[in-house]
Design a protein around this ligand. Structure first.
Ligand code: NAP
Length: 282
């Protein structure tokens, strides 16, 4: 058996095309371009690549991206003041602060200061809480992107047993809430979990979001399971996922590649969240 590849790039491009069409129609109706403020602090190479991908996607579909490339020496007060200005600017629909922030900045405090109505990354405690309470508003881009991807592939989630390996606030936890919302029975694994292998082996859907190259072995995967690999690990000059792809592809029914799987869906979902943020007011 060889799994069917889930081509996140194609699914994301289809979503971007739909968004472009909708934005074009809204422009013709006299509504301004949606606007996304992207704040990048410092010059972390991976963050710079992610931010550039987001900017390119904005350009492609007619979202105005406002660039805030700030030095690593930016103070907490300066960043808080910028967030406050952007919150109050009615020409800004979405605000994104690229993580990780330099150590001296309080990231939790910054994310809490972003207006929940402009929180297109879906990281604000109010938005995470709404998702947990089955009233989603702005949903974290990567987990929501995974749900959009499963839907595009007509992969049933309701009633399935799902395992999420990883439990971070921005990826693993909201992923578990998304799968619960979609009707799965969810097991969440983290660094203290015992016997992860057995848990993965019982799952119909496995989502890996750990940040450890090929931690989830192909031999752990149940025959016919759906495998979603969120991990992006730089090993030498290669990007490697959290799943041992070469073995997992032999037993899974569907699997995402890295790169070209979840990554493009994250960006496309950010774009759709930004349009949704504009629609709150315009
Ligand atoms: P993170 O904040 O470092 O969280 C890692 C999670 O994995 C934590 O919950 C941690 O458990 C758990 N973990 C660590 N070692 C483990 C082990 N040996 N067994 C089980 N669980 C373990 O990372 P993140 O931000 O969630 O990102 C995870 C991965 O996704 C990274 O590779 C990142 O680059 C990638 N990512 C990709 C996208 C995309 O668009 N494709 C977007 C975001 C992130 P504890 O909670 O117990 O510490």
């Amino acid at each position: 058996m060889t799994a069917q590849l889930i081509n996140g790039k194609d699914i994301a491009n289809n979503l971007l095309e739909e968004l472009k069409e909708e934005i074009t129609k809204r422009l013709q109706a006299g509504i301004r371009h949606p606007a996304l403020a992207v704040i990048l602090i410092g010059d972390d190479p991976a963050s710079t690549v992610y931010v550039n991908n987001k900017r390119k996607a904005c350009e492609k579909i007619g979202i105005k991206s406002l660039f805030y490339d700030l030095p690593a020496s930016t103070s907490q007060a300066e960043l808080e003041s910028l967030i406050s200005d952007l919150n109050n600017d009615e020409n800004v629909d979405g605000i994104l602060v690229q993580s990780p922030l330099p150590d001296l900045l309080d990231e939790d405090r910054i994310l809490e200061l972003i207006s929940p109505n402009k929180d297109v990354d879906g990281f604000h405690p109010i938005n995470l809480g709404l998702l947990a309470m089955r009233q989603p508003k702005f949903r974290s881009c990567t987990p929501y992107g995974v749900i959009k991807m499963l839907k595009a592939m007509n992969i049933e989630v309701s009633g399935k047993d799902a395992v999420v390996v990883g439990a971070s606030n921005h990826v693993g936890r909201p992923m578990a809430f998304e799968l619960l919302l979609a009707g799965a029975t969810v097991t969440q694994c983290h660094s203290k979990t015992q016997n992860i292998q057995d848990k993965v082996n019982n799952a119909d859907i496995v989502v890996a979001a750990v940040g450890r190259p090929e931690m989830v072995k192909g031999s752990w995967i149940k025959k016919g399971a759906v495998v979603i690999d969120i991990g992006i690990n730089r090993v030498g000059d290669k990007l490697i996922g959290d799943v041992e792809f070469t073995e997992a592809v032999k037993v899974a029914s569907y699997i995402t590649p890295v790169p070209g799987g979840v990554g493009p869906m994250t960006v496309a979902t950010l774009m759709s969240n930004t349009l949704d943020a504009q629609k709150l007011y315009l």
